[in-house]
Design a protein around this ligand. Structure first.
Ligand code: NAD
Length: 504
């Protein structure tokens, strides 16, 4: 396959690629062999201060503010074009950096371009105000204005797509932004900076500071000139960010973790359900927020369904992420490999039966975990309650709709749910009763960019996607205009008399 050169990475601040103020860098590691890929500038508070100052200046005084909407959106279309032109390189860099199979990162690059095109269209057609007529006395109308500087903090599991998922609506609505990408996957964030630089976007409108969450990320969250934080990542990090943003009254959008149930009834199309379940947990190396990591199977079909699951799991192609045939690659980082391995030990201790695929011996240097089924689980086990974020699925039998609903909801998360049944009354009934931001009935995780994306309970705060992103990325202002006569109370027209009746 075609390879692309990788150089060391700098921050992108005020339209310039630059080293950090402290001159420090950290090593970026290849998950396939745990060898260094390149050095990445390590950002701290001073770098965040520079990036926020550039974004603030671009918002307050740059050409971005007074540009026509059409001109502003033309930059988004240009960025989408450039992403498409560079799609192969983006997908190569993403697979190199994350271990995600190349066939899957290709689709992510296409989705990223779509994010920009979609928001360019959405702003044109759906960023609309409302007017409230009050008889013949008033017209009250709303306008949506950009909020200011948006802080965007992203994870490593689908880095390029998730970065564009935030950058596109932030820019389309007229904000400026500072992106702090995940430290384990900096390559495509740097490529995005190169593409945006090439698009000619006015300087300071988009900035990237690389670095760690506790330093660069936390400084962005605490910065008084940053109005918004859009965050995708772990639930515990989300709650830390909400606390740290409280002093400066940050508006936050939180897309957090999940432990989503898939429920298979006996009357479902079992072949389709099987395809969807296998894809849902093992694509993206199991590092997918909406993965169906808890599988509930009706007891009447349990044995047959589990046999089919075992067969598929053992046939999944574990391989080099750069190989077009590979279905599962290595986990992002040695540390994450350690976390997932720890959960496999817990599963054993808790009494689960572990069934795994195999890892070819030539891949022993990588962070490989074979696709794994945890059979004989109960919903209260640690491995059924906590997000493992790897190619590991807990399988739990159920006997009735009431029982499975109770188990599906008996968890702190509420991101997604998947229901498989041909009884559509039951499908709708259960879909509406399950606690989750999103439900798919007889479907895998198919995305529609117009829908609200997000989770309930510990899986998120707020919704992004479609016009729902406008609630977050814009300030709604109301303007009251008197168009006729209305009563205005008269204050201060009576003479004030003192107690003895003499004018004061
Ligand atoms: P993470 O929370 O460890 O890190 C995410 C980002 O936050 C990184 O850029 C990190 O540097 C930064 N960060 C860490 N501590 C910070 C702090 N104190 N202040 C500011 N920033 C900080 O998450 P991760 O391990 O990169 O990603 C995996 C998680 O993301 C999983 O839980 C997954 O479910 C979740 N996720 C959710 C969605 C969704 O849409 N709901 C999508 C993808 C991933």
């Amino acid at each position: 396959m075609k390879t692309y050169p990788v150089t060391d990475i700098q921050h992108y601040i005020n339209g310039e690629f630059t080293d950090g103020v402290a001159g420090k860098s950290f090593q970026n590691i290849n998950p396939f062999n745990n060898q260094p890929i390149n050095a990445v500038a390590e950002g701290f508070k001073e770098d965040i201060d520079l990036a926020v100052a550039a974004a603030r200046e671009a918002f307050d005084h740059g050409p971005w503010k007074h540009m026509t909407v059409q001109k502003r959106l033309s930059y988004l279309v240009k960025i989408a074009d450039l992403i498409e032109e560079n799609a192969e390189e983006i997908s190569y860099l993403e697979s190199l950096d994350t271990g995600l199979p190349i066939s899957q990162t290709k689709k992510q690059a296409a989705r990223a371009a779509e994010n920009f095109r979609f928001y360019a269209e959405m702003v044109k057609s759906r960023l609309v105000g409302e007017a409230y007529q009050v008889d013949d006395t008033f017209i009250n109308y709303t306008v949506h204005k950009p909020v200011g500087v948006a802080g965007l903090i992203t994870p490593w599991n689908a880095p390029f797509m998730l970065e564009t998922w935030k950058v596109a609506p932030a820019l389309a609505t007229g904000n400026t932004c500072v992106l702090k990408p995940a430290e384990w996957s900096p390559l495509t964030a740097n490529k995005l900076a190169q593409i945006i630089d090439q698009s000619g976007l006015p300087k300071g409108v988009f900035n990237v500071v690389h670095g760690f969450g506790e330093t660069a990320g936390a400084s962005l969250v605490a910065h008084p000139d940053v109005q918004l934080i859009s965050f995708t990542g772990e639930t515990t990090t989300g709650s830390e960010i909400i606390k740290n943003g409280a002093d400066t009254l940050k508006r936050v959008s939180m897309e957090l973790g999940g432990k989503s149930p898939a429920i298979i009834f006996e009357d479902a199309d079992l072949e389709k359900a099987l395809d969807s379940i296998i894809w849902g947990i093992y694509s993206f190396n199991g590092e997918r927020c909406t993965s169906n990591s808890r599988l509930f199977v009706h007891e009447s079909i349990k044995d047959q369904f589990i046999e089919s699951l075992k067969e598929r799991v053992q046939n999944i192609l574990v391989g080099d992420p750069m190989d077009a045939e590979t279905e599962v690659g290595p986990l992002i980082h040695r540390q994450h490999f350690g976390n997932v391995s720890r959960y496999l030990k817990i599963a054993e201790k808790e009494g689960a039966t572990i069934v795994s695929g195999s890892i070819p011996p030539e891949f022993k240097e990588g962070n490989y975990i074979a696709p794994t089924l945890l059979l004989d689980c109960t919903n209260d086990m640690t491995v059924a309650q906590e997000e493992i974020f790897g190619p590991v699925m807990a399988v739990i039998p159920f006997s009735s709709e009431e029982e499975v609903l109770r188990m599906a909801n008996d968890i702190k998360y509420g991101l997604a749910a998947f229901i498989w049944t041909n009884d559509m009354k039951r499908g709708h009934r259960l879909a509406q009763s399950v606690d989750s931001g999103m439900v798919w009935v007889n479907s895998q995780n198919v995305r529609d960019l117009r829908i609200p994306f997000g989770g309930s309970k510990s899986s998120g705060v707020g919704r992004e996607g479609g016009h729902y992103s406008f609630d977050f990325y814009t300030e709604t202002q109301v303007i009251h205009v008197a168009i006729g006569d209305h009563h205005i109370p008269k204050f201060g027209v009576k003479k004030h008399l003192s107690a003895n009746g003499i004018e004061k």
